[in-house]
Design a protein around this ligand. Structure first.
Ligand SMILES: [Fe+2]
Length: 306
């Protein structure tokens, strides 16, 4: 059974437990979430100048589009204002910043009708973030910056919450991915050859749930949820922000979503810093979750500066 909690007044403690049991939460737009979205929107509009970012693909080559959006991603991540707005938003949404650790927020774009489907515009096939070395206690936050439609949304595939599938996660090494896969994203314009942990059996898209929230509305879900990017056929590009949180007490106690089929090497826990002051994740906690020799690859991915 899946429940979508809309504008719930549950505390963060209760909310996390429900998210770990596969439920979904929608937080309607509020000043703190809108502030982050408006900030991103300003950056996007500045980058495109007089061209409408939603329809830019009809006015330029895909190479030119990539040359505009690629620098936007690190620019958004590294701006101190982004960090400030993100922390304010997470606190405003009920999280205790002393216990809540955040990674950096990502800016994503999904163009329409297969204009750009690789590299920086990669549309994610059905996956769980936990196949990519996310801890089972990770929570994902997702916000659209402009209006979306069902044809440009993301989908959840709830039948897989409790049903494992054969997948390539055991061949995925997070530290190797950090050193090779990520930094090369912008080079993948026509095809994407980076090794990703995919399902290795036929997947059923249905039943699926698509939550259509207004700009600044937040979809909150467990990293263990099977989800995908809906192939955009809306005619307009989709721009969204996403980031992840983990709660320190839960990491220490082991409270988390059940693991039905995620077996990656390494952990992304080192990407998270304490919301209140940016303190790194305590190393003893990381060690609890790390299953790889530390010498392999790059432990923490530092996105390039703009
Ligand atoms: Fe994902």
């Amino acid at each position: 059974m899946n429940t979508v909690y809309l504008d719930s007044d549950a505390s963060d403690d209760v909310r996390r437990q429900r998210l770990y049991s596969g439920q979904l939460f929608v937080i309607p737009p509020r000043p703190s979430t809108l502030a982050l979205c408006e900030f991103a929107k300003g950056m996007i509009q500045e980058a495109f100048g007089s061209i409408d970012p939603l329809e830019a693909q009809y006015h330029m080559s895909v190479e030119q589009y990539v040359s505009i959006v690629s620098p936007l991603k690190p620019k958004f991540i590294h701006d101190p204002e982004t960090k400030k707005l993100l922390r304010a938003m997470v606190a405003d949404c009920g999280c205790d910043l002393n216990e809540t650790y955040l990674d950096v927020p990502r800016l994503r774009m999904v163009t329409s009708d297969g204009y750009l489907t690789s590299g920086v515009g990669y549309a994610h096939h059905l996956h769980r973030d936990t196949w990519y070395s996310a801890p089972m206690a990770q929570l994902n936050w997702w916000l659209p910056i402009y209006g979306i439609e069902s044809e440009s949304s993301m989908a959840f595939h709830p039948a897989y919450w409790s049903k494992g599938v054969k997948n390539g996660s055991s061949e995925f090494n997070y530290y190797t991915w950090n050193s090779d896969g990520r930094k090369n994203a912008a080079q993948h314009i026509k095809t994407d050859t980076r090794k990703q942990p995919k399902s290795e059996e036929k997947m059923e898209l249905d039943p699926q749930i698509r939550l259509i929230v207004p700009p600044g509305g937040v979809i909150l879900f467990s990293a263990a949820q099977m989800h995908s990017t809906v192939p955009n056929t809306s005619g307009r590009a989709r721009y969204s922000i996403d980031f992840r949180t983990v709660n320190l007490a839960d990491l220490r106690s082991g409270a988390a979503a059940p693991n039905v089929d995620s077996h990656p090497v390494g952990t992304s826990l080192r990407d998270f810093v304490r919301g209140s002051d940016g303190t790194p994740m305590p190393e003893d906690v990381v060690q609890e979750y790390d299953n790889a020799p530390a010498a392999e690859g790059v432990l923490v991915y530092r996105p390039p500066t703009a």
